[in-house]
Design a protein. Structure first.
Length: 416
């Protein structure tokens, strides 16, 4: 091994793990401390039992996340310094070479990771979600989804991984640029085909029925200059009672999707306000900005991998005595989260700014009070805590805390 890089990895690994655990513990303590009283700004909208349900749900999920952190960390150490990846390489390299070897290595790791994650996924779905009244998924549906995801991973993932590995080996010094171009094109293709080809494999999408709600939504779309390929209702209730709305796709393949659980809970004016918020993301070009940021980030990471791929210390420092493009790709994406965790608040801050901008846009094209009412109902129905720990929220929440968001919207309310 190379002591210098091994030590650097272990230092970052330890700091990241300890920080993540500390943040979770802070979050649990903060939520538990405020469990006995509804925040003053929500006393007229949220009952104490609902507030306490949200606190209990948040604490249960956070404790489960702590268990997940330990499992994830132990697996990372087992695969790297523990010799797991080296053992897999030794096994497959004696039997395969070239692209078959690369595919076998990556799918073996995917299988191992999925197997390790499965017990906690089952516990989260059938214990935590069920305990708090959210789970509507059967064991049969859970494993049917898992089978579909696995088959999709094989059908789509195998050719993509093979193409990436081939480009890494065939394109010379600037292979990372060719891989980036291919990867960017693939992501754009997936975004285009997902609404009509992939999403229907997991859920049923029905056109929104005619009525007041559809009339209001169509009028909103005209006011906002948004064209879509349709308004659809998704049967989210067959898996969970959580509600949501989103738009997906791009170009002429954009579609707006409402969870049936959302429509059953919100009034037409509130659904209109929620959609106005989602359209705000589109009109403010948040989706395009995030795509540009994602593509820029992937280019930077692939360039960095290009600098590491021929460095013996990179492999040896992570417990792998061999050296090839497949191992470089695997090691890089295994350990990068350890080094990039300190950047998480920057991404969260950008996302929060976009949420505030989308709220302001919604207040211009719908009633801010309707969006406030809708958000409070969603906080209530989804058991979202109203009292997150500020530091934990800074790292982990893509949306502003409830109190900040409601206060911001109240400033946007138009005088009667």
């Amino acid at each position: 091994m190379t002591p210098d890089f091994t030590l650097i990895f272990l230092v970052f690994f330890t700091l990241t793990l300890v920080t993540r655990l500390w943040l979770k513990m802070r979050h649990i303590r903060c939520v538990a401390t405020h469990r006995s009283a509804v925040p003053a700004e929500f006393t007229e909208r949220i009952t104490l039992p609902d507030h306490q349900k949200a606190a209990d749900y948040t604490i249960d999920r956070s404790r489960t996340a702590i268990a997940g952190l330990f499992i994830e960390s132990l697996l990372l150490l087992a695969l790297t310094l523990g010799g797991g990846l080296a053992a897999l390489h030794e096994f497959w390299s004696l039997r395969l070479d070239g692209l078959p070897y690369g595919l076998a290595m990556i799918f073996s790791l995917t299988f191992i990771s999925g197997l390790v994650d499965l017990p906690l996924s089952l516990y989260s779905q059938f214990v935590i979600e069920a305990r708090h009244g959210f789970n509507r998924m059967t064991a049969g549906l859970f494993f049917a989804d898992l089978l579909k995801q696995t088959l999709l991973g094989l059908v789509i993932g195998a050719p993509v991984i093979a193409a990436v590995l081939w480009l890494m080996g065939a394109m010379g010094q600037y292979w990372w640029l060719y891989v980036w171009l291919f990867w960017s094109g693939f992501n754009l293709l997936i975004m285009f085909i997902y609404p009509t080809w992939i999403a229907p494999l997991f859920n049923k999408f029905s056109p929104l029925d005619d009525g007041e709600m559809k009339t209001r939504i169509e009028a909103l779309l005209i006011r906002c200059g948004f064209r879509s390929s349709g308004l659809f209702v998704m049967d989210g209730s067959k898996r969970s009672s959580h509600g949501n709305a989103y738009f997906t796709g791009f170009g002429n393949n954009k579609r707006i999707v409402f969870f049936d659980t959302l429509l059953s809970r919100l009034a037409p004016t509130e659904v209109e306000a929620v959609l106005a918020h989602e359209l705000g993301h589109f009109r403010k070009k948040h989706v395009a900005k995030r795509m540009v940021l994602m593509f820029a980030g992937s280019l930077a990471f692939l360039w960095l991998l290009g600098q590491l791929i021929d460095a013996p210390w990179f492999y040896a420092g992570l417990g792998v005595p061999a050296q090839n493009t497949t191992l470089a790709l695997i090691l890089f994406f295994l350990v990068m989260p350890v080094f990039t965790f300190p950047l998480t608040p920057l991404m969260s801050q950008l996302s929060r700014r976009h949420e505030f901008e989308a709220d302001a846009y919604a207040a211009q094209h719908a009633a801010a009070s309707d969006l406030i009412h809708a958000l409070v109902k969603l906080y209530q129905d989804n058991a979202s805590t109203l009292t997150p720990d500020p530091l934990h929220s800074l790292f982990h929440d893509s949306h502003p805390p409830a109190a900040q968001r409601i206060a911001h919207l109240q400033l946007q309310e138009k005088p009667a």
